[in-house]
Design a protein around this ligand. Structure first.
Ligand SMILES: O=C(O)C1=C[C@@H](OP(=O)(O)O)[C@@H](O)[C@H](O)C1
Ligand SMILES: C=C(OP(=O)(O)O)C(=O)O
Length: 426
C-alpha cells in the first residue's frame, strides 16, 4: 500500500484556489443533459466522482465536449437519452448514483447501475421505494435496499403524492426532485420523517431554478413540480469552489498560518461554507470576502458541542480541529457518517485514538478529548475515504509527523490535494 509521510510542519502560508464543487458539478452535468439546449459549464471539478458522471452521460449518448481548463460543453437531450440500454459503473459517487437512478427510472430504458463494493453497502432503498410509487421498475441485483440495480422501462403515474424518507440521505430527495420534470406531469413529494443534510436540498433547488424549473415548497415537507416543468439550458454556468474542500485549508490557516482560500465566499450556495462559522465558534480567526476566506493562526481553540447535521462532510474537519481544543468536543446528529465512503464515526474514532485522543463514539455522535501528548508518526488508515486522508493531513501542520495510507484516495473529490497542501505547508 502507498504511504505518504508528512513531516512536522509548523506553518501554513500563502493562498490556494479550490477545485470546483463536487455537489454542484455533478448536479450541473445531469441538469444540462436533461435540458433542451447546449450548456457550457465552467470550472467543472475534475475528480473521480465527476469522471463517473461524465462517463455515464457519454455512455447514455449525451453530447459532451471537453474545452480544456475544466470547461465542458453539454448538448442536452431533454432527458431522452439516445442509448436506451447501458451498463453504468459509478464508483462510489453518491452524487452520480442516486440522481442517475431516478433520472433513468423516469426516463425509461434498460440500465444496470453498479459501483465499487462500498457503494453496494450504501443504502438506496428509500429512493427506490419512492420511485416505485411512481411506477418505476427497479430490481435489486444484490441485497435488498442496496445497489447494484437493474432499471427497466415502466408506465409512470405521478398523480398521487410520492412519499420519500430523508433521514438516511438527502440525496434521495435531490434525485427525485431533479428527475420528476422528466414525466411531464405535475408531481408532489411528501417528505416522511426528518430530512437530513438540508443545505444540499437548497443546492438542488437553486440549480434546478438555474435550469428553468421552479419547485414550490411547504418548508421541508412538501415539494411540488408543475406539469409544464421543462429544463432549459442557461447557456453558461460557472461552478463555484468546493466548500467541503475549503474546510481543510481554512483549518490549516487557523492551526498554522496565514492562508487565503480562493473559490468560496459569503455568496456560496453550499452549506459547508457554514463550517467557517463553526471554526469561528472554536476561536478561529477568519475574514470572508466575496469569493475567498482568509484564515490565520489562532492558537489554542475552544472545544465545541455542535449539531453538525447541516455540514456532514466538513464536520470531519472539526473532529481533527478538536484535537487542538481546550477540552472535550462533541459533534452531534451525524448518523449519516455511518453510511458514507466508510463508517466515518468508527473510522474517525479509530484513527484519532492512534494519535492519543480519547474518543467516545455513539450511534450519531462523536466525542473527542485531545491527548496531553500527541503520538508522532501514527500510521493513519484512510478506508478509501478521501476525507479521512485530507482531515488527518492537518495534524502535520501542528508539528506532528503523520503517515497517511493510500493517499490517492483523495482523487474522489480533490486529486491534487497533497500537491496543493505541500505548496502552503512548511
Ligand atoms: O447532495 C450532495 O451533493 C451531498 C449530500 C451529502 O450526503 P447526505 O445527504 O447523504 O448526507 C454529502 O455528504 C455528500 O458529500 C454530497
Ligand atoms: C459523502 C460524500 O460523497 P457522496 O455521498 O457524494 O459519495 C462525501 O463527499 O463526503
Amino acid at each position: 500500500m502507498e504511504q505518504l509521510h508528512l513531516p512536522a510542519y509548523h506553518r501554513a502560508q500563502g493562498s490556494i484556489t479550490l477545485p470546483g464543487s463536487k455537489s454542484i458539478s455533478n448536479r450541473t452535468l445531469l441538469l444540462a443533459a436533461l435540458s433542451e439546449g447546449v450548456t457550457t459549464i465552467r470550472d467543472l471539478l475534475a475528480s473521480d466522482d465527476t469522471a463517473r458522471m461524465l462517463e455515464a452521460l457519454q455512455t447514455l449518448g449525451v453530447g459532451l465536449e471537453n474545452l480544456g481548463n475544466n470547461d465542458w460543453v453539454v448538448t442536452g437531450c431533454a432527458g431522452k437519452f439516445p442509448n436506451k440500454q447501458a451498463d453504468l459503473f459509478l464508483g462510489n459517487a453518491g452524487t452520480a448514483f442516486r440522481p442517475l437512478t431516478a433520472a433513468l427510472a423516469l426516463a425509461g430504458g434498460d440500465y444496470h447501475l453498479h459501483g465499487v463494493a462500498r457503494m453496494h453497502e450504501r443504502p438506496i432503498g428509500d429512493l427506490v421505494d419512492a420511485l416505485r410509487q411512481a411506477g418505476a421498475e427497479i430490481a435489486y441485483l444484490g441485497n435488498a435496499g442496496y445497489p447494484p440495480l437493474q432499471i427497466s422501462t415502466a408506465k409512470l403515474d405521478v398523480s398521487q403524492p410520492i412519499k420519500i424518507r430523508g433521514d438516511v440521505s438527502s440525496q434521495f430527495l435531490t434525485a427525485l426532485l431533479m428527475a420528476l420534470p422528466l414525466t411531464g406531469q405535475a408531481a408532489t413529494i411528501e417528505v416522511v420523517g426528518e430530512l437530513i443534510s438540508k443545505p444540499y436540498i437548497e443546492i438542488t433547488l437553486n440549480l434546478m431554478q438555474r435550469f428553468g424549473v421552479c419547485v414550490t415548497r411547504d418548508s421541508w415537507q412538501y415539494f411540488h413540480i408543475a406539469a409544464d416543468a421543462k429544463y432549459q439550458s442557461p447557456k453558461d454556468i460557472y461552478v463555484e469552489g468546493d466548500a467541503s474542500s475549503a474546510s481543510y485549508f481554512i483549518a490549516a490557516g487557523i492551526l498554522a498560518g496565514d492562508l487565503t482560500v480562493n473559490g468560496v465566499g459569503k455568496q456560496s450556495i453550499q452549506g459547508d461554507i457554514q463550517f467557517a462559522e463553526a471554526a469561528k465558534s472554536m476561536g478561529g480567526k477568519l475574514v470572508y470576502g466575496e469569493n475567498h476566506v482568509h484564515a490565520e493562526l489562532t492558537g489554542k481553540l475552544r472545544a465545541i458541542d455542535l449539531d453538525c447535521n447541516h455540514i456532514p462532510d466538513a464536520a470531519m474537519t472539526l473532529a481533527v480541529m478538536a484535537m487542538f481544543a481546550d477540552g472535550t468536543s462533541t459533534l452531534r446528529n451525524i448518523a449519516s457518517w455511518r453510511v458514507k465512503e466508510t463508517d466515518r464515526i468508527a473510522a474517525m474514532a479509530t484513527e484519532l485514538r492512534k494519535l492519543g485522543a480519547t474518543v467516545v463514539e455513539g450511534a450519531d455522535f462523536i466525542q473527542v478529548t485531545p491527548p496531553t501528548h500527541f503520538i508522532p508518526n501514527a500510521v493513519i488508515d484512510t478506508y478509501d475515504d478521501h476525507r479521512m486522508a485530507m482531515c488527518f493531513s492537518l495534524m502535520s501542520l501542528a508539528g506532528i509527523p503523520i503517515i497517511i495510507n493510500d493517499p490517492k484516495c483523495v482523487a474522489k473529490t480533490f486529486p491534487d490535494y497533497f500537491k496543493v497542501f505541500a505548496s502552503i505547508a512548511s
